[in-house]
Design a protein around this ligand. Structure first.
Ligand SMILES: Nc1ncnc2c1ncn2[C@@H]1O[C@H](COP(=O)(O)OP(=O)(O)O)[C@@H](O)[C@H]1O
Ligand SMILES: Cc1cn([C@H]2C[C@H](O)[C@@H](COP(=O)(O)OP(=O)(O)O)O2)c(=O)[nH]c1=O
Length: 213
């Protein structure tokens, strides 16, 4: 899942990509990593749940674990990954692109019946991204893509209504995050190809990176 390149100068950026199932997070993360690397930005692409043993348990245990136990398992994985992988890479000058982070938990956990306040509290001490992108897309488009790609967990909606609700929860999470001062940016994919979405995001990220150096 990881792609690394290049030398380091100063601190890197921590960029997260969230959004409903099928919107293209995984595909776009990979392309974005490639595009940033091709522009000379040392880049690491990763995902949550992470490839660690805790992450594997969370990713493959969505039928076994429910409610607060899944919330805590995912949170434990995310703190571990932030501490051992993301923070050190960013400090060394690498820009880290992470497929899903806290914004996804503010949606998936409430869909599992957990209060948003509980989820927000559990992440009180976690690393805050420099840029938290939330990809948004038409619910029927996402539903079709997930149906074609396949469902790997009970959170991957099986019909239009599941996708409509997930999209609605992301809209609410965006409003909540902005209200809390979190650096959340909504990015509507429209009918763009994954490569076009990645190019738009690379442009946005490089503008922020240039503004900071
Ligand atoms: N912009 C896009 N246009 C067309 N198909 C896309 C686009 N982005 C992703 N896909 C396809 O849609 C499916 C779901 O994408 P994926 O990256 O797995 O989504 P997510 O990680 O958000 O669940 C995959 O088969 C992928 O190839
Ligand atoms: C990121 C995240 C994942 N999960 C669980 C449910 C997800 O469907 C599962 C796998 O993550 P997901 O990103 O949906 O995997 P994929 O790469 O196959 O699209 O892990 C949570 O419960 N909370 C979370 O915040």
């Amino acid at each position: 899942m990881a792609s690394e390149s290049g030398a380091t100068h100063g601190r890197g950026l921590f960029v997260t990509l969230d959004g409903p199932s099928g919107v293209g997070k995984t595909t776009v993360s990979t392309l974005l990593g490639e595009q940033l690397a091709s522009q000379g930005v040392p880049t690491l692409v990763t995902a949550t749940p992470s490839p660690s043993s805790i992450g594997e348990l969370a990713r493959h245990g969505t039928h076994e674990f429910h409610g607060p136990s899944l919330t805590c398992l995912v949170a434990a994985d995310r703190y571990h990954q932030a501490n051992i992988m993301i923070s050190p890479a960013v400090e060394q000058g690498t820009t880290v692109v992470c497929d899903r982070f806290v914004p996804s938990s503010l949606v998936l956990d409430p869909l599992d019946g957990i209060e948003r306040g509980f989820v927000w509290d559990i992440y009180r001490k976690i690393l805050v991204p420099d840029i938290a992108i939330v990809l948004m897309g038409d619910a029927s488009l996402c539903a079709t893509r997930v149906a074609n790609r396949g469902r790997f967990s009970r959170f991957h909606g099986s019909d239009y209504e599941d996708h409509r609700r997930e999209r609605e929860y992301f809209t609410e999470a965006l409003a909540f995050l902005r209200g809390a001062g979190y650096p959340a940016h909504e990015y509507d994919i429209g009918r763009a190809t994954a490569r076009e979405v990645a190019a738009g995001l690379a442009h946005f990220i490089l503008a922020i990176k240039d503004g900071r150096s």
